[in-house]
Design a protein around this ligand. Structure first.
Ligand code: C2O
Ligand code: CU
Ligand code: CU
Length: 538
């Protein structure tokens, strides 16, 4: 208990919430950058569970089931997903009600092939409207899950749509969105998947309520593969593991704790005061299990890691019983394979980022444990999961020195435009909010309009941590803090972690489809509290 409290004290000292950031600037007259020179390592506040928590490394690592198509027509595979309430035993002996895709958290994994389109028919049987977004997907706008393109549950009438900031007239965020395409109960989402193979994820994206919906369980994985990647000889089959890391907290009745102003998620968005900068849990789940353990051969494994946490950042390392740190050989980023592997000892991960990493357990004594630890955690949140090396084994896998040759090589000179966006705390609708370029999200405002095929450089500036995500496109990191990108910025990204007080430049070509897309902070609480903007491609 004492140790736990010390951990929390440390967390509090090192964290700087939105109120703190604003208060500090107001009280001292400091500029944001001066105030934030303290560089808090955590943006958000931690909830504490009210049930006993299990010891680490006891629960086996679950692997989410792979969803089977219900049929194929004209070369398109068709899937069906029902969004429904379910309950699961996440903590041993504790029943936790969830909102799920197909009854499980994480939802079922969809495995697809590059260039082979799929349709996913979603049926919403939850008590609130939902929206599905395939994060990292190169998706036509109609299927991209714009936050007002709601799928209404049965019996949900416009008269009951008291959504957003106290409005009572079927409005979103206090304003009508005339372009919203709303459907009743079901919606077919079509994904061409004409893109580099990678790990994507699908999650809820309803305006104002994305953070609590993901927290309750609306998230699943999607893996795109192709022949070129299959031929590389990377670890595969049981030696390829998807790892969805997410923190949660549990209330006394076993439900997931979350500081919603309106726990029905119907009438009033937002979270209580100490959590405005982000909601952190004190339990670390991997694939929905608390601090799990997985038995491995003494061989190479490919770990496909997603940080699906709302606000928690990680700096992951793999540590053996005798204190040795194993190499984390990064082979891929958010948007697929790197040109060549990059070796890390410590891997920073912001919300929504994915890293594709090979770890070699062959030098680890059989019977011993390799812990995956989060350097940014304290107390129980330092541990993430563990691997128990169970047996010697042969290993025919390899990590080629050249992984891919199709990475875009846009140069600064290719850009037709440079834009600059600040990501900062501010005032919104009379309260605290999170703003891009000084403005909170408004679905009816055109924030950025780009021509299809244009190359642009975007300069992004942050006050506290902001993982910035663009829909539709992958981008490359050009610079960070005025210097070169960091080693983990390699490859093609769709989410970049801006650290407190930091600026970064990204470059991309707005290719793919015309229509209305988004860019936003992927701290899910920030996203719900204004930090999102429209990206219109014409
Ligand atoms: Cu993963 Cu717009 O989000
Ligand atoms: Cu996305
Ligand atoms: Cu943010």
């Amino acid at each position: 208990m004492r140790e736990h409290d010390e951990g929390r004290g440390l967390t509090r000292r090192r964290m700087l919430g939105i109120g703190g950031a604003l208060g500090l600037m107001a009280a001292t007259g400091l500029s944001a950058s001066a105030a934030l020179a303290r560089r808090p390592s955590i943006t958000g506040a931690e909830l504490r569970s009210a049930v006993p928590l299990p010891p680490p490394f006891q629960v086996p690592l679950p692997i989410p089931a792979v969803l089977k198509p219900v049929g194929t027509s004209g070369g398109t595979d068709r899937y069906e997903i029902t969004q429904r309430e379910a309950s699961a035993e996440i903590l041993p002996g504790v029943k936790t009600p969830l909102w799920t895709y197909e009854g499980t958290f994480p939802g079922p994994t969809i495995e697809s092939r590059r260039g082979r389109p799929i349709t996913v028919s979603h049926r919403n049987t939850l008590p609130v409207p939902t929206v599905v977004h395939l994060h990292g997907g190169r998706t036509p706008a109609a299927s991209d899950g714009y936050p007002t393109d709601l799928v209404l549950p049965e019996g949900w009438h416009d008269a009951t749509m008291q959504m957003g900031h106290g409005s009572e007239h079927g409005m979103q965020g206090g304003m009508q969105d005339p372009r919203a395409v709303v459907t009743k109960v079901t919606r077919d989402y079509t994904f061409p998947l004409d893109q580099r193979p990678t790990l994507l994820w699908y999650h809820d994206h309803r305006m104002d309520y994305t953070a609590p919906a993901i927290w309750r369980g609306l998230a699943g994985l999607h893996i795109i593969r192709d022949d070129a990647e299959d031929d590389l000889g990377l670890p595969s089959g049981p030696r390829e593991l998807p790892l969805m890391i997410a923190d949660r907290a549990f209330a006394a009745d076993g439900s997931l704790a979350y500081p919603s102003l309106d726990p029905t998620l119907r009438e009033r968005p937002g979270v209580r005061e100490p959590y405005l900068a982000g909601v952190l849990g004190d339990v670390i789940l991997v694939n929905g299990a608390p601090w799990p353990v997985h038995e491995v051969d003494a061989a190479r494994y490919r770990l496909r890691i997603l940080n699906a946490s709302n606000a928690r950042h990680y700096e992951l390392e793999a540590v053996t019983d005798d204190g040795r740190r194993l190499d984390l050989v990064q082979i891929g980023a958010d948007q697929g394979l790197l040109a060549a592997p990059v070796t890390h000892r410590l891997l920073p991960m912001a919300p929504a980022e994915r890293y594709d990493v090979v770890v070699d357990f062959s030098g680890v004594p059989v019977g011993s444990l390799v812990k995956v630890v989060n350097q940014l955690g304290s107390g129980r949140t330092r541990d993430v999961m563990a691997f128990r090396v169970a047996r010697k084994a042969t290993d025919g896998s390899r990590v080629p020195r050249a992984l891919s040759t199709d990475l875009p090589s846009w140069r600064r000179e290719d850009a037709v435009r440079v834009r600059e966006f600040s990501f900062r705390a501010g005032r919104m609708h009379g309260g605290y909010g999170w703003l891009i370029g000084g403005l909170p999200f408004d679905p009816t405002r055109a924030d950025v309009t780009v021509g299809l095929g244009d190359v642009e450089v975007w300069r992004l500036v942050a006050d506290v941590h902001h993982p910035v995500h663009l829909h539709l496109v992958g981008f490359r990191v050009l610079s960070r803090g005025g210097g070169p990108p960091l080693p983990h910025d390699a490859g093609l990204k769709d989410t970049i972690s801006l650290r407190p007080g930091e600026s970064a430049e990204i470059i991309t070509r707005f290719d793919g489809y015309r229509g209305r897309y988004l860019f936003h902070c992927h701290n899910a609480e920030h996203e719900d509290m204004g930090m999102m903007a429209n990206l219109e491609i014409i």
